[in-house]
Design a binder for this molecule. Structure first.
Ligand code: AMP
Length: 442
């Protein structure tokens, strides 16, 4: 029989790599809390319409990459008799595994009437997202994002360029605090909903003249979603695309002033960035500021660590009140790959504070009691087994822990224990009542 494997594009994350994930997640929680963000958790699947409307029918994500369970799947379930007891409304609904989290957060903002608080909502999330992309290093079909959104009524200041600058400054601080060196920030403005049609008209006109010389994908995009042509990575297309009209030349005064204010605030707090006129990003909801942080070490072609932008019209696209906002999503898988490559490979497993080795099976219960006491005082304890020979206990302890304590009949009776430290080779006699303190140092 063939052994079962994780599905293509998905993977298992095992210790010690998961320690690095915890470190990334804990740093994000700590840094975001300083900017007064709170955590939101939205469902992993949503009504398909949310993404069709929010992300956009013509985007790659919606048109090619979603994992959708259509009502047609239910016909098969019904035939197999797996549908008993399901409500008719359930059967009619098309559901999709979330390919991104901004649409879900904005849906929740609308559903819970968060706009009525009159306050700016600052929400962060972390969790898996699903896209049926061609898997490669740094690109998976189940991947993890850590993201945040700042959204609220205009009266709460949600349109202010200060919010854009604050979010970008937070991301720079987050990457610095994690120890990611050599990241680069690119920013652009894609204009407001009013600027866009003027630019799109100019772009379509320019594309009509040159599309024939572009790659097949771009020829298609020139009709369906001309902005996406700017994302093309095919080398031969680059000179033609570079010569297309620039969105910066089509911004109205308000959009131009907004972008200038974002740049000025970044300059003021010393966050370095590059302007990239082609940074439009692949999702329909973006308006005004768009940005991307990249890193070249260890990621190959998938060098975007995180991306985001402003989405002033998204709430209204989803039937909600006017609620401008800005947000980002960090590719946590890529961040971990970057940290691993900076550290020169996979991390070594970290070790327990102590290996407790009962000598003889009769000491197992006493060892369990002592392990319980030490663990309750916060120590990380690996518990051996009295059926092991002392030599085997030492070998195991050396692999798994920084110290060993043997617990034989004499030690249990006298309460006098010997701690051996593997790094220094030192041995120390300690009374049982002081063991936890003796083990808590380095
Ligand atoms: P997006 O939601 O497309 O704006 O992507 C935001 C970030 O998520 C990207 O910069 C990547 O770091 C990460 N990302 C997007 N798609 C994938 C994927 N298929 N696998 C791994 N990371 C991804």
């Amino acid at each position: 029989m063939n052994t079962l494997k994780a599905v293509r594009g998905t993977r298992d994350l095992l210790p010690p790599e998961t320690e690095l994930w915890h470190h990334v997640e804990a740093t994000a929680r700590r840094v975001f809390a300083r900017y007064n963000f709170g955590e939101i958790r939205t469902p992993i699947f949503e009504d398909t319409l949310l993404f069709a409307r929010g992300v956009g029918e013509e985007t790659d994500i919606v048109s090619k990459e979603m994992y959708t369970f259509t009502p047609a799947d239910d016909v098969g379930r019904e035939a197999r008799g797996q549908d008993r007891g399901r409500a008719a409304s359930d059967k009619a609904q098309s559901l999709t595994l979330r390919p991104e989290n901004t649409a879900g957060v904005v849906r929740a903002y609308i559903e819970h009437k968060l706009g009525e608080t009159g306050l700016l909502q600052k929400l962060y999330y972390m969790g898996p997202q699903f896209r049926r992309e061609r898997p490669q290093k740094g690109r998976y079909r189940q991947f993890f994002q850590i993201g945040a959104e700042v959204i609220g009524p205009p009266s709460a200041g949600s349109e202010s360029p200060l919010r854009d600058a604050e979010v970008l400054e937070m991301l720079a601080s987050f990457l610095d605090e994690l120890g990611v060196t050599g990241w680069r920030l690119a920013i652009n403005s894609v204009g407001s909903a009013a600027d866009r049609p003027r630019y799109l008209a100019a772009l379509r006109e320019a594309l009509a003249a040159v599309a024939g010389s572009l790659c097949g994908d771009c020829q298609h995009r020139a009709h369906t979603n001309p902005l996406r042509v700017l994302d093309c990575k095919v080398p031969a297309d680059q000179p033609v695309i570079d010569a297309l009209p620039k969105i910066a030349d089509y911004l109205d005064d308000a959009s131009r002033a907004h972008f200038a204010a974002v740049c000025a605030a970044l300059d003021r707090c010393g966050v370095r960035y590059e302007l990239n006129a082609r940074l439009v990003r692949g999702i329909d909801y973006y308006t005004r500021t768009t940005f991307e942080f990249t890193h070249d070490a260890g990621l190959g072609t998938q060098n975007a660590l995180l991306g985001g932008g402003r989405y002033d019209g998204l709430s209204e696209m989803l039937g909600g009140p006017r609620a401008p906002g800005i947000g980002f999503a960090i590719g946590a898988d890529r961040l971990v790959l970057t940290l691993q490559s900076q550290a020169g490979g996979a991390a070594a497993p970290s070790k327990a504070d102590v290996f407790l080795a009962p000598v003889g099976e009769a000491q197992n219960p006493a060892a369990l009691v002592l392990a319980r006491e030490l663990r309750r005082s916060g120590l990380r304890v690996e518990l051996g087994d009295g059926s092991f020979r002392v030599k085997k206990s030492f070998e195991l302890a050396d692999k798994l822990a920084r110290r060993i304590v043997l617990l034989g009949e004499d030690e249990v009776a006298s309460g006098m224990l010997t701690v051996k430290n593997f790094a220094t080779g030192e041995q120390q006699k300690v009374v049982r009542g002081e063991l936890a303190t003796a083990l808590s140092g380095a």
